[in-house]
Each structure stands twice: as C-alpha cells, then as structure tokens.
Design a protein around this ligand. Structure first.
Ligand code: ADP
Ligand code: ZN
Ligand code: ZN
Length: 671
C-alpha cells in the first residue's frame, strides 16, 4: 500500500523539548531546515522539538517513525554554530539539550503573523559623546582591535579606570563593521549607571534583556535584534541565548561576579559559556574586572588570554587611602564591638565637612561560621582547610568531606569562651547610626529586598543630589556603582566572608573588599576604614595596598597545594530525595559506585590522583521544601579526565523514582 512513501518523505533527527538525553527520528512531507522549531507527537503528548539534522531515508518504510505535525513559521532557524554550541553546553553541564535549545526561541505561536521589521536602518550613535581615551585605554583598545577573530581578552583595571569607555569604543567599532555586540552584566538593577552610559551613546541601537523586562518588551527587543534593527544587546546571563545573527563581539563586565552562574535547573556559567560561543563563532570576547576570577587571571598570566592592566584611575585620581583597624580588643569590652573609635570619629568628621559616608556590612549566605571573639580564629576542617559550618548550634561539619566535631566550649588557641556565631545585619548598623548622628539622613540598601531597577535609580538620584549623607548597604552596593561624592567608605566587619565553607571564600571576600574600597573617593580623594578581627589575614594585607596581583600570587599557591580549581576541575553531584533515609542510602551507594569507577582513572603514567571522590555529605541546607539534600564532590585532575569519568558515571547510576541526581559542573557555591 505504501511502497513509495519513503521517497516522498524527508527524515529528521529531532530533539524534543523534554527531560531526555536522546534525540529521535521523525518524518515530514515538507523539506524543513536544521535548527528549526517543530511540533511533534511524543508519547501521548504534543511537544515542541528542534531539528538537529536531516537523515537519510530508511531502506524500508518504518511505520513507527512518526510525522512532524507543524513547524514554526515565525522564528529563524538556529545556525549550525549555535546548534553545535548548545550541544556542547548540554554535554558539559549534563542538562537536556531540548531545554537548552528552547532558550533561543520566544514562547509564541508557530503561525506567521508579525509583519517583518524593516532592516535598512542606518546605524547611528553619538560620536560626539565619546570621551577622549587616556593612553592606557587607547593602548588597550588598539591592541584588542588587532584580533578580529576568536581571542579572549582580559582587562584588569583598577576601580574607576574607565573600562566602560573601552567597551564603548570596541562596540562602536563592531557596529561600524555592520556587526552586532552583546554586553553581559551581573545584575542590571545594580549597574544602572553603565546602562545609562551605553544608552546615551548608542541611543536607538540598544536593547535590554533581563529578568525585569516584561514579555511584550522582551519580544520587541528580541525581534528588533534578530531583524537587525537594533545591534547592541545589553543583558544578564540569559541574554546569551538570544540568537543574534551577526554577533561580532561579546563583552562580560565584572567577569568575576558569581551571579553569572545560574544556580538552579540549568546550572551554566554565562562567562564560560560565552567563551565557548565566541570560539564557535570565531569572534573576540572581552572580560573586564578590577578583581578578576582566579581562573581567568591565571589563564591570562599563562598567555591563553590576552591581559591588559589599567593601573590608574581614568583621570588619575588616586586610589583611596586604606586604614586597617583591629577589632579584637574592642570586642572584649564593648557591645558596640563593630564600631571602632577611629571609624566613629572619621564618620563624624566626614559628615561635618558636608561629605558622604558609605558603610558596608558584608554579610551573605545562610551558613554560620564559628569565630573566636578574642583571637579571631575560625574552626577549620582538618582534611580540607575549609571553615566548618555550625549546625543546630551544637556541632560543626565540613561540607566537603563531612568531617564532624562537637562545638568546642573554649577556643583551642586562646581559651576564650566567647564565640561569634552570627553576623549582624545592616539594620542594626542603621539603627545605631541614626542614634549617633540624628541630624543626618541615612539610607539602607540591602540584598534581602533586591531592589527593582526603579528603586535603584531612585537611590542613585538621592545619593547624587546629596539628599542622604549616610549610606548603609551590603556588598551588592559594591557592584559597578560610581558616586564621586562618597568620601569615606567603612567596612564594618571585613572578615565576615573569610570563613564561608568554600575554597573560594578568601578570593570572594578579597574581591568584595577591593570593590567596596573602590567606591571611595572617585572624585579624587577618599578614605577607607577597614575593620577586622584578622589584621594579618592576607585579604586584609593586600586590600590595604590595593594589590590584586600580590593577593593572587599568594592565594594561588594554596590552591595548587590543595588541588582546587584552577588546578583541578570540580563537579558537585546534588542528590535530593523526598525521604531522608532513601536519599542518604542512594548518596552512599552512588559514592561507592563512583569510587569504583574512579579506580581506572587513578592509574597511568603522569596521573597524580586522576579522579577523587569526596563525600557523600549532607548539603549545607539539608532540608528544603521537604526534600532532603546530599552531595558528592568529584574532583578531576583535569577537564578531560573529569569529562570521561562523568560520562561513565551517568550511564551507570541507576534511576530512582523520587530521587533526583543533578550535576553541577564548576560549582560556584556549595549551598
Ligand atoms: P570602571 O568601570 O573601570 O570602574 P568607569 O568606566 O566607571 O570605571 O569610569 C570611571 C569614571 O571615569 C567615569 O565617571 C567615567 O566617565 C570617567 N572616565 C573614564 N574614562 C575617561 C576618560 N578617558 N576621560 C575622562 N573621564 C573618563
Ligand atoms: Zn581564640
Ligand atoms: Zn573536610
């Protein structure tokens, strides 16, 4: 009955938008394109799917091959390069390809209904608004422009060195070449000033994409970029998935920022993913930061990235003078242990001179470290050199290797029985300052209530117009804000982040210290008071001198000794289960299986340890939403070994109902 049917059909490999790692063959009477979105029958349902490639017709008619139901006439198919990139992402992050491909399409109907946008718009921008670059900036721009093809560039510029102006010149160059540019920022609501600057220059060329953009605006932005009416996309991490057809430049500002890592479902890192995309598209990518990620800076020193050092502030303002205050003695006698006499005096002086003060209370995360109030030491794990976390007030646990100890009564080093368990928040600092300086206006901005873009813009106005004199905030205020009027910056407790249960705790806290200090004195003069229980801690010593490189060279040594990234690659297996016992048993079995599978990877010439399995241990927050969470940390000597190992492991681990096993490649936090 159907002898010649196979000749009248085309066959395609289709990736359904479903949590599966396989793709399937479908047929169609119409010729379709690679990268096109289609509607397919899948089990009993109808799902979206994506055509991966055309397949040869089977020799015999196969009744089981189902027919494609419909195809999307409204969107442009994904390019081969974008497809390749997304296949890589799916394999690397162990996340279903269909769900990743879906990120590059708008949620809308398949039927053509929009009139096409006109594409013949002339590209305009405000040449007259461009600043004349200083020597360092100009040199950097010229060198980057010598690389029209794939190259990762890292701009390490001190706070206020004018990195934005460099991005602007590079973007202008790309637009002139009829290419499009993508700028990724950590969190748009926290960085409104750079957006305003870009909007001023690129006027009608710029489109914004971030979580606060409404669906209708998103659609508008997306369409204008795909049609080429707009050519500069500024957004947060997911903007990476907007398939700009003529992408010629990617910029990642504040590349060290941990918000580039998505912390749920698809746990990708936008910076790392962007570098892979740039490579696939063979275009340059520019990373910028005053405090680069250790991995990025190491690659730059190893010459795989090109490094540009901007050592001076843009118009030669000096970096602020930093004074370190030791809080230890204070803590013994005063309930105000967090406010030193020096800081109190400086705040008063600054306010009386009509200048502004910013106080940072550097507190984040749920886990509480135990810190001796007298000698400042934190309890550390004997196996991992990582701070232990306090659980249920009575015992301390290592989140890496599950080492456990009872909370000691006295500090083993100095015998004091005063422990500091909890940080204190911005609220308390605000209350006290209001009492101390009732004649001045205070403003508190903290992360608990992540501000909207409007609130942030309003906040900036109040600061700029000098309506407030005392600003109290968390480290979110340290992100890219530029207030020339702030003279004094006080860091209330600089140690707070030193003891987070993470090998990156020191790197992160140093970054935050330097970024916060960088908010002071942008107009020319400024002062920073840094209060700490650990004045000899390397983060403090190097922050005092604004010495990023010194801190890096010092810190990278211990990474090497302990084989932490960038000297190894990590994957955190996250297990969660409805029932506690089953989850724990499954975690144990999986770890055992992993140990066995790791054996062949641990032998061989030139292999030091190959694959190392740490754990299982309960996650720092064991119970969330009635699910119990456990984790196993897998350390690979290098990328290739870890990849091979994980592939094997995922094939072998049995599936369990009610238990989820998720991979978190290059985990950025252990929470
Ligand atoms: P960064 O991002 O490196 O911390 P910004 O790009 O915010 O620094 O620049 C800091 C300040 O210096 C901004 O007010 C900016 O307008 C100014 N600036 C940057 N480059 C120049 C320049 N070449 N001439 C004059 N002012 C500049
Ligand atoms: Zn002590
Ligand atoms: Zn440990």
């Amino acid at each position: 009955m159907s002898e010649n049917r196979s000749q009248t059909h085309f066959y395609y490999r289709v990736q359904p938008k479903a949590p599966v790692f396989k793709s399937f063959t479908y047929k169609s009477v119409l010729k379709l394109n690679k990268g096109q979105r289609v509607k397919i029958p899948f089990g009993k349902r109808k799902l979206n799917g994506f055509i991966l490639e055309e397949e040869p017709a089977p020799l015999m008619e196969d009744q089981k091959i189902k027919e494609i139901l419909d195809w999307d006439q409204n969107s442009i198919p994904l390019s081969e390069k974008r497809l390749n990139w997304m296949k890589w992402l799916s394999a690397y992050y162990h996340y279903p390809l269909g769900s990743i491909l879906d990120l590059s399409f708008l949620q809308e109907s398949f039927k053509k209904k929009d009139s096409p946008l006109k594409t013949d718009q002339v590209m305009t921008f405000q040449e007259s608004e461009l600043l004349k670059l200083n020597k360092e900036q100009e040199n950097c721009v010229n060198k980057i422009l010598q690389h029209p093809n794939f190259q990762t560039h890292l701009i390490h510029g001190v706070t206020g060195s004018g990195k934005t102006e460099i991005y602007i010149q590079l973007i202008a160059h790309a637009l002139k070449q009829n290419k499009q540019a993508l700028v990724l920022l950590p969190e748009i609501s926290l960085t409104p000033q750079i957006v305003q600057r870009l909007e001023k220059i690129f006027l009608n060329q710029i489109a914004l994409l971030h979580s606060q953009v409404r669906p209708a605006q998103k659609k508008q932005a997306w369409k204008s970029l795909l049609s080429g009416q707009k050519n500069l996309l500024v957004g947060t991490r997911s903007a990476l998935f907007c398939p700009l057809p003529r992408l010629g430049l990617i910029v990642i500002d504040e590349e060290h920022d941990s918000s580039f890592k998505q912390e749920d479902k698809f746990r990708y890192h936008a910076r790392d993913s962007a570098i892979v995309l740039a490579k696939e598209l063979d275009i340059p990518i520019v990373l910028g930061s005053a405090t680069p990620d250790f991995s990025s800076y190491k690659k730059a020193l190893d010459s795989s990235y090109k490094l540009y050092e901007l050592k001076q502030r843009a118009f030669k303002q000096s970096l602020p003078q930093v004074t370190v205050v030791d809080l230890k003695n204070k803590a013994e006698k005063s309930s105000y242990f967090w406010l030193s006499d020096l800081l109190l005096k400086k705040v008063g002086d600054t306010l009386n001179q009509g200048k502004q003060v910013a106080l940072f209370v550097n507190r984040r995360g749920q886990a509480t470290a135990l810190l001796c109030a007298s000698c400042g030491q934190a309890r550390k794990c004997l196996n991992c050199d990582i701070s232990l976390t306090l659980h249920r007030q009575d015992h301390l646990i290592c989140h890496y290797c599950s080492f456990l100890e009872k909370k000691p009564l006295r500090c083993p080093s100095c015998q004091s029985d005063r422990w500091i368990e909890k940080g204190f928040g911005t609220q308390k600092v605000e209350e006290e300052l209001k009492k101390l300086f009732p004649q001045f206006k205070t403003l508190r901005v903290d992360r608990d209530s992540v501000p909207t873009q409007e609130e942030m813009t309003n906040f900036i106005k109040q600061v700029e117009s000098n309506q407030v004199q005392i600003i109290i905030g968390t480290q979110m205020l340290s992100k890219g804000l530029n207030f020339p009027s702030i003279y004094l910056v006080g860091l209330i407790l600089a140690d707070m982040d030193f003891h987070l249960p993470d090998f990156r705790a020191e790197e992160r806290s140093f970054q935050t210290l330097l970024q916060m200090a960088g908010r002071a004195g942008r107009a020319g003069f400024g002062e920073v008071i840094l209060q700490t229980f650990n004045p000899q801690h390397s983060s403090i010593l190097f922050a005092e001198k604004h010495d990023y490189k010194g801190f890096f060279l010092n810190g990278i040594k211990s990474r090497e000794v302990w084989s932490y990234p960038p000297f190894s690659r990590l994957c955190l297996l996250r297990i969660d289960s409805l029932k506690e016992k089953e989850g724990r048993d499954f975690a144990r079995q999986t770890a055992k299986q992993a140990e066995k599978l790791a054996l062949p990877f641990q032998k061989g010439q030139k292999v030091k340890y190959g694959i190392q399995i740490l754990g299982p241990s309960p996650a720092p927050l064991v119970k969330i939403k009635n699910r119990y969470r456990f984790q196993i940390l897998i350390k690979g000597e290098n990328y290739r070994l870890l990849d091979q190992f994980l592939k094997k492991l995922f094939l072998e681990v049995p599936k369990r109902s009610f238990i989820q096993l998720k991979a978190d490649r290059d985990p950025s936090s252990m929470f």
